[in-house]
Design a protein around this ligand. Structure first.
Ligand SMILES: NC(=O)c1ccc[n+]([C@@H]2O[C@H](COP(=O)([O-])OP(=O)(O)OC[C@H]3O[C@@H](n4cnc5c(N)ncnc54)[C@H](OP(=O)(O)O)[C@@H]3O)[C@@H](O)[C@H]2O)c1
Length: 278
């Protein structure tokens, strides 16, 4: 990355699964220098890991930070239920020029404006778990205070763990969460159920598991790389009257997979709405 694209200092709040994956991607891809990552992580073993492995500045609390932050991005990567305890502690660290970036599911932009200041630049992000291997997709939504440079900074930081999309209407975040945020779990369930069906039909457990996993992974990779749409890829492997066709007649029936997934996404979206209002 060229020097003018360096995203500046990052104050990372929480280095669990997602925060840790982000830090490791930045450092391995040289998106950012280790000396520009300041980590607040109360879990001693986790902080020690990042200190020993990458020489990061680590602190147990924000009050203990004794290094300059400049126009840092303050990235909240703690559990949504910890936000009420954590976010107000950062009020003394906010000032114009600094950017708030949050990956907490269900925590709206207005929450950060309320606790940290209406004039703060805030970006809300919804990543998903394949980010842990650099294959995530993250949807971002900015408030009106966010500059073009700050949006570019977010794309650089979040782009280190996969693809990035923007939405203007924050209301859509609950649908995004229901599709891509929770979506990996639907796919894991597909692997489990496909394997189980194979076992029920006579395959050994090991073989059924391997077939189901490689089929879903391979089909996903093909759909990602192919020029054809998923619908076209499906038609291409479905001979009239053949085996795939016999299965798809069941999966694509009125009460089949389409209607099930639709109900699942509506339920997840509704739960997201309830959680963000509670
Ligand atoms: N994982 C995903 O796939 C995924 C997907 C989408 C969005 N997200 C969002 O990402 C955020 C983090 O999720 P996660 O799965 O990475 O959770 P996690 O593994 O539990 O990580 C949270 C980390 O923050 C630490 N922490 C707790 N209190 C803190 C404090 N006061 N200051 C600084 N750090 C603190 C935790 O330490 P302790 O363990 O000691 O409490 C833990 O290491 C959540 O808001 C979640 O909604 C995650």
């Amino acid at each position: 990355m060229s020097a003018d694209k360096q995203p500046g200092r990052i104050l990372m709040v929480g280095a669990g699964k997602m925060g840790g994956a982000l830090i490791e991607s930045w450092l391995l891809k040289k998106t950012i220098n280790p000396s520009d990552v300041v980590l607040v992580e109360p879990r001693v073993s986790r902080a020690k890991y990042f200190r020993d492995a990458y020489s990061l500045y680590t602190f147990e609390t924000p009050e203990a930070i004794n290094t300059g932050l400049g126009d840092a991005t303050i990235l909240f990567a703690v559990k949504p239920q910890a936000m009420d305890e954590v976010v107000p502690l950062y009020k003394p660290l906010v000032r114009p020029g600094r950017l708030i970036l949050s990956i907490a599911a269900g925590t709206p932009i207005s929450y950060f404006e309320q606790h940290l200041g209406q004039d703060m630049a805030v970006v809300r992000a919804m990543p998903n778990t394949p980010a842990s291997i650099g294959h995530g997709i993250t949807v971002l939504c900015a408030n009106k205070n966010v500059t073009k440079e700050q949006k570019d900074r977010c794309e650089t930081l979040i782009g280190a763990v996969g693809k990035v999309e923007w939405i203007d209407d924050e209301q859509l975040m609950n649908v995004v969460t229901a599709v891509s945020g929770s979506g990996p779990a639907y796919v894991f369930l597909l692997i489990e159920t496909l394997a189980q069906a194979g076992i029920s039909a006579g395959l050994s457990t090991d073989l059924a598991n391997r077939l189901a996993l490689s089929t879903v992974a391979g089909a996903g990779a093909l759909a990602d790389q192919a020029e054809e749409s998923p619908a076209m890829l499906r038609k291409n492997v479905t001979s009239p009257g053949g085996t795939t066709s016999a299965a798809l007649e069941i999966l694509m029936a009125d009460e089949g997979l389409g209607s099930l997934i639709e109900r699942a996404v509506v339920a997840a979206k509704e739960r997201g709405r309830q959680l963000s209002e509670s």
